[in-house]
Design a protein around this ligand. Structure first.
Ligand code: PLP
Length: 376
């Protein structure tokens, strides 16, 4: 048989999914495993959003749509980015995608030539590096400092091959937020070296007592920032596979070509749900945020009580725990002995750390933490 793609052979399988699959196997055997390994809100999608998609189905919105998305949604996205995020974008600069993950894949396909370098700030979400590799770029990892912020050492990683820096705040896996000084250093690096910035803002709505600042709103950054966002986390719409990109005018046609020759267009009636999400009442977003905040306080408090150190937890729904040793062994111990699934930090370029998601009910979180405490 002819050899398969060397490029794809180099891509590791997803460690989050591996842990989740192991815990699902245990559940199938009748073991009561609490999975805190995946980043998925446990809330139902708000009913006015599901109703809008059902109405769209009944209206016959079951056909192909424009490759960039239905105009009602691209307009709602552009309006939201202008008013809430202060990004001076326009409907013509929006592309709807099958989730934020697809948005990242499309960005890499549209922007990279073989060997182009993309800087990833570790600890980083598991799919950035593979998305770069799949597009035949080269992922260059740079560690955030001990406060999970960016400092001037970032400049050491910039070469004449660097094309892009990926910024993710609030962060998966740390739950931390990059402060204004970090954002300024990142913006200066992009401007000084003529780089693109991919700003993944999927957790923007989940912030606790801190502000979210969009890279594209900083001076001179709009023309080089590709803002990525979606509906999965803010509106509990993970299964809808709905996300979007706002990109500079010259980049969008390239992205559109990738869309036209791959997915074609995002699920048409899901996009109508997206319109309802963005233009409807936002109380649902705030109630979910408040609930996550209550859980965060509980989880971080309990972990501190066990003597475990965590990264500053100001956003998203993750606690990033310093386990002070072999994170893979710790995750296996927690799964085998406590029946709690967590993700080892090596998956995020942060050995010695372990990530739990607090997107679970308070009762399950309490039970999980009791079990972890017993094992410790
Ligand atoms: N970006 C980050 C940082 C994430 O944590 C996730 C999902 O876990 C995504 C993007 C992808 O989100 P979506 O469900 O919209 O594809």
């Amino acid at each position: 048989m002819l050899p398969l793609s060397e490029n794809i052979a180099a891509v590791p399988p997803s460690a989050t999914m591996a842990m989740n699959n192991r815990s699902k196997d245990m559940v199938a055997k009748g073991i009561d495993v609490i999975s805190l390994a995946v980043g998925e809100p446990d809330f139902a999608t708000p009913s006015h959003i599901t109703q809008a998609a059902i109405d769209a189905l009944h209206r016959g919105e079951t056909h192909y749509a424009p490759s960039r998305g239905i105009p009602a949604l691209t307009k709602a996205i552009a309006d939201k980015l202008n008013t809430e995020n202060h990004i001076p974008t326009h409907q013509n600069r929006i592309l709807c995608t099958s989730g934020a993950k697809d948005a990242i894949r499309i960005t890499m396909m549209a922007c990279l030539n073989p060997g182009d370098e993309v800087i990833i700030l570790d600890p980083a979400w598991v799919s950035y590096d593979p998305c770069v590799t799949i597009a035949r770029g080269k992922a260059v990892h740079h560690s955030l400092n001990e406060n999970f912020q960016v400092d001037e050492s970032l400049y050491e990683k910039i070469t004449d091959k660097t094309k892009m820096i990926i910024v993710n705040t609030p962060s998966n896996p740390t739950g931390s937020i990059l402060g204004r000084s970090s954002l300024r250093i990142l913006a200066d690096a992009c401007i000084d070296h003529d780089l693109y910035c991919l700003s993944d803002e999927i957790y923007e709505k989940l912030v606790y007592g801190q502000e979210h600042v969009s890279m594209g709103s900083l001076p001179d950054m709009d023309e080089r920032t590709i803002t990525i966002n979606g509906f999965s986390k803010a509106y509990a719409m993970t299964g809808w596979r709905l996300g979007y990109i706002s990109a500079p005018e010259n980049v969008i046609p390239y992205m559109d070509k990738v869309m036209q020759h791959s997915v074609g267009n995002v699920n048409t009636f899901a996009m109508w749900g997206g319109v309802a999400a963005l233009t409807g009442d936002q109380t649902c977003v705030e109630s979910m945020r408040k609930e996550f905040e209550i859980r965060k306080k509980y989880v971080i408090g309990r972990l501190a009580g066990m003597g475990l150190k965590t990264a500053p937890a100001n956003g998203a729904f993750y606690a990033f725990i310093n386990c002070g040793g072999d994170d893979g062994a710790t995750a296996n111990l927690w799964l085998d002995k406590a029946h709690v699934a967590a993700t080892p930090g090596f998956a995020f370029g942060a050995p010695g750390w372990i990530r739990i998601s607090y997107a679970a009910s308070l009762e399950r979180l309490e039970e999980a933490l009791n079990r972890i405490e017993a094992v410790l």
